[in-house]
Design a protein around this ligand. Structure first.
Ligand SMILES: [Ca+2]
Length: 289
């Protein structure tokens, strides 16, 4: 999810504008026809990939105008249904962004709510209100709980999936965007601080910065590889990059414009990159890694 150019300038950011050069991941295919795609999540049980489309101009990315839809891709990366779930009067989508999957359900960040959709039937199951939420951006699930980040408030909330709505704040990082779980670790990236963090959700320690903020411009998505290394998307830096497991080395994997919230199919070793401002999803191969 991006900030406007005006907001960036007001924050003192310089926009990088280097040439697009070395592409170190094999390109599998690029799918077009999306509408401001913000995120991709892959269901490890089926290999199906889900793409959130905000279907809105930038000035209403964070406004509840009832726009948006979810696309579904087959495990081979071909399009299954562009409008797998649509915004309707009965079940409104507001500029859907980050997603997570747990227990056969798709959780979708929807500005100030989290939507719950059945993966098997595409039926809406719930729309969780999140009190105090302003800009819900990404979701992560650890098998038990579902967490959501709020870029405006900097908060990470553990969602109460029951009817009580007692969501709990478990961490705070300015400008937080992508969040992910892997092998017991919880990781986050900040858009404004262009840094990667490890968090303790038990309060054992505060957010631990990787110390790599000089390498990035505005981070959006983060995933963890089986070897403990990381893949992040730098939206304004126009690249997806690998960060070594020891958190010291950053290597550009692929240069492309406006890469938003990435998704990984670990089984098929594929990386899905939504290009928000060109309405495409680029699929790259991770087989050589
Ligand atoms: Ca995002």
């Amino acid at each position: 999810m991006r900030f406007t150019a005006t907001m960036l300038m007001s924050l003192g950011f310089a926009l990088s504008a280097g040439p697009l050069t070395g592409q170190t991941l094999p390109h599998v295919r690029t799918l077009s026809g999306f509408a401001a795609p913000e995120g991709v999540v892959v269901d490890p049980a089926t290999g199906m990939a889900y793409v959130s489309n905000m279907a809105s101009p930038p000035e209403t990315f964070w406004k509840d105008t009832g726009k948006g839809f979810i696309s579904r891709l087959r495990p081979d990366g071909t399009l299954d249904a562009l409008r797998w779930v649509e915004s309707t009067d009965a079940f409104v989508l507001n500029q859907p962004k980050g997603m997570a999957i747990q227990d056969g359900k798709l959780y979708v960040a929807d500005n100030t709510r989290v939507l719950v959709i059945s993966l098997a039937s595409a039926r809406p199951l719930a729309a969780l209100k999140v009190a105090g939420a302003q800009q819900l951006n990404d979701l992560a699930a650890d098998g038990q709980h579902v967490y959501v980040s709020d870029t405006a408030t900097g908060k990470i909330l553990r969602l109460d999936l029951g009817a009580q709505g007692r969501h709990e704040t478990v961490g705070e990082i300015e400008g937080i965007n992508g969040i992910t779980f892997r092998q017991g670790g919880f990781y986050a990236v900040s858009w404004t601080l262009h840094e990667i963090y490890e968090l303790s959700l038990t309060g054992a320690h505060g957010p631990k910065a990787f110390g790599l903020s000089q390498q990035f411009t505005n981070l959006d998505g983060i995933e963890v590889m089986p070897d403990g290394s990381f893949i992040v998307s730098d939206y304004m830096g126009r690249k997806v990059a690998a960060v070594s497991a020891d958190r010291r080395q950053v290597k550009t994997l692929y240069e492309l414009t406006t890469p938003a919230d990435i998704g990984i199919d670990h089984e098929r070793k594929r990386l899905y990159v939504p290009q928000l401002e060109s309405d495409t999803v680029v699929i790259l191969s991770l087989s050589a890694r």
